[in-house]
Every structure is written in C-alpha cells, then in structure tokens.
Design a protein around this ligand. Structure first.
Ligand code: ADP
Length: 313
C-alpha cells in the first residue's frame, strides 16, 4: 500500500495513502514477481516505471516477502536511481565520444603512413603527408592530455610547477605557430610595450592558450580572423582571443566551461572534441588565482578573456 513517503515521491499531494501501490506501476509484471519471490528466497530487484511520477525520475524497486500469521507480507522499497542512471549514461557517451576522437586521427595517420610506404612520392607530397600525420598526432596528444588532466584533478594529484616567464613570448610563439599551421586564417597579435613576466606553469598556460586558439580555428570557417590581445591594468594582465566564427547562442554560454559540455550545431558535429578543453582551462587559471570568461554573439564571433593577477602570481 502507498505510505506517506511513497505518495510524496510518486504523486505529490493526492490523497493516495493506503491505496494499492501496484496501480502506480501497471507495467510491472506483478504475478511474475510474486512467483520469482517464492523461487528466490523472498527477494527481487527490478525496474519500475510509474505512471504518474515525474517522467525524469528513474526508480528501482527491491521487494521482499515473507509469510506471517496473517498471510503473505510484501515490502517494496523504492530507490530513486535517476542520478546513477544519468552518470552511467554520461560514462557511456564519454567512452563512445573518446573512442571516436581517438579513432579519427589514427585512421588518417595510418592511411598517410601506408601511402608513404607504398608509393614513391615527390618531396613536396611526402612533406604534406608527414605534416598531416604530425598534426593528427598532436591532436591525439592533446586529447590524452585533457583526459589525464581530469583524472589528475579528480584524484588530487594536480600540482603547478611555476617559473618566472614572459607571457609575451608564450603568446607570440603560440600565434606564429597557429599562423603557420592554418594559412587560410588571418592571425593578429596586439601586445602593449610592457613585457609581462609572471610566475606561472608554462606547460599548463600553453595548454590554455592552445585550447583557446584551437577553438577559435575549429569554430570559425576558413578565411576567418583570429586576434589575440594582451592588456595590463593595475593588478591583472588580461588576454583575449577573438574570432569571427559561429559564436555561441546566449542560452549555452553558462555551460561551456562545464566538463564534457559541447554546443551541438552543424559545425561541432564535424569538429573533434570531447568538451574538456575549457573546463580544464578554467581550472588551470583558477589555480593561478586568475579567471576566464567570454562574450559571444551567435553568427558573429566569440571573445574569450582570461586574467592573471600580477602581484599574486
Ligand atoms: P571541445 O572544443 O573539445 O568541444 P571545449 O571545452 O574546448 O571542448 O569547448 C566547449 C564547447 O564550447 C565547444 O564544444 C563549442 O561548442 C563551444 N566553443 C568553444 N570555443 C568556441 C568558439 N571560439 N566559438 C564558438 N563556440 C565555441
């Protein structure tokens, strides 16, 4: 029978206390469950699909029975397993998107290696094949680094290895590297006269800048413009990366720094990524006492900003 808690969980305020609980779960095979209980020493666990409760909620039931002097007694315990099912679904989606992301560059690396092994190619074509293999290998490395970073954050083995470095140099190298790799885009770098040297983890800060630049390219059609600016105020250095790409609709902006979050549109479907880059960038910057935010207009472009404190570094 329905007790007060079951009533609250299943049907809100309706006056159902004392009613037969089975009517909430009409699709459950009650006669069969009764039989299995007998064969199973009085215990059975099964999925429940209530007719009236919130459709988002997923229930599992544990039913126990025994024979008392007044007849057979059944106790049904309802477990709200919505969160567990959501996490399991996320795990499955993650496995399938990571496998896909690993497979795509590997397939192209193997294809070009086979071409190099089987054919006599001109030096020019050899270089083109090797460049693709190199870029795709880097893509694999980035993906693995992103996943390892999440693992390190979760098991507490994340540490910064700071040294005194010039941020100008890091930005200059990153921008010229991208300009060379993506000649169909126009890259600009705007840096003031001051040479900014800060204490930061060079490997991780490179990862942040690389992620912002690679997103700018990924989410901007060929021919687009990417501008990196560095500005100083009293206490912070603020770096921005602006593109004139697809932009992000206002309703999705609050979620882009969440782990595994990707905005689904025609371009993201065709670009690689598992939605870890910005979540990791935010974490790295917060560990440095900094922050990251963005401004975007759908169809017009996006600017990501990050700031690092000057004194506190
Ligand atoms: P990934 O690029 O691997 O999907 P990120 O965490 O780097 O993961 O980015 C999360 C999502 O934010 C992307 O899937 C994309 O939808 C959106 N996004 C990030 N950068 C841009 C950008 N410059 N322009 C448009 N959308 C972007």
């Amino acid at each position: 029978f329905v007790n007060e808690l079951a009533q609250r969980a299943l049907c809100g305020n309706g006056a159902m206390v004392g009613e037969d609980l089975r009517m909430f779960f009409p699709s459950s095979p009650w006669p069969y469950i009764r039989q299995v209980l007998g064969d199973n020493g009085g215990f059975y666990e099964f999925e429940l699909q209530p007719v009236m409760s919130n459709v988002e909620t997923v229930w599992r039931g544990n039913i126990t029975s025994w024979t008392a002097s007044e007849g057979e007694v059944y106790v049904l315990v309802l477990h709200d397993v919505t969160e567990r099912v959501r996490v399991e679904r996320m795990k499955t989606e993650f496995m399938s998107s990571v496998s896909h992301e690993l497979k795509t560059p590997l397939t192209s690396i193997i294809g070009f290696q086979e071409l190099l092994m089987e054919r006599e190619l001109s030096r020019d074509r050899q270089m083109r094949c090797l460049t693709i293999c190199h870029d795709e290998s880097k893509r694999l490395l980035h993906l693995i680094e992103d996943i390892l970073m999440v693992a390190r954050l979760e098991n507490g083995s994340f540490h910064l290895h700071k040294s005194h470095n010039s941020l100008d140099d890091l930005l200059t190298k990153a921008v010229s590297n991208y300009a060379e790799r993506y000649p169909s885009y126009t890259f600009s770098l705007v840096i003031g006269d001051e040479n900014v040297a800060l204490d930061y983890d060079e490997v991780l800060m490179n990862q942040v800048v690389d992620n912002l630049l690679s997103n700018a390219v990924k989410y901007t059609p060929a021919g687009g413009h990417v501008t990196v600016r560095q500005k100083l105020n009293d206490k912070h250095v603020v770096v921005s990366v602006t593109d004139d790409g697809i932009g992000i609709a206002r309703e999705y902006i609050p979620f882009v720094f969440e782990k595994f979050y990707r905005v689904y549109n025609s371009l993201t479907r065709h670009t690689g990524g598992v939605g870890l880059g910005l979540a990791n960038a935010r974490h790295i910057l917060e560990e440095h006492g900094g922050s990251i935010w963005l401004e975007s207009q759908e169809g017009k472009g996006t600017t990501f900003f990050f700031s690092l404190p000057i004194q506190a570094c």
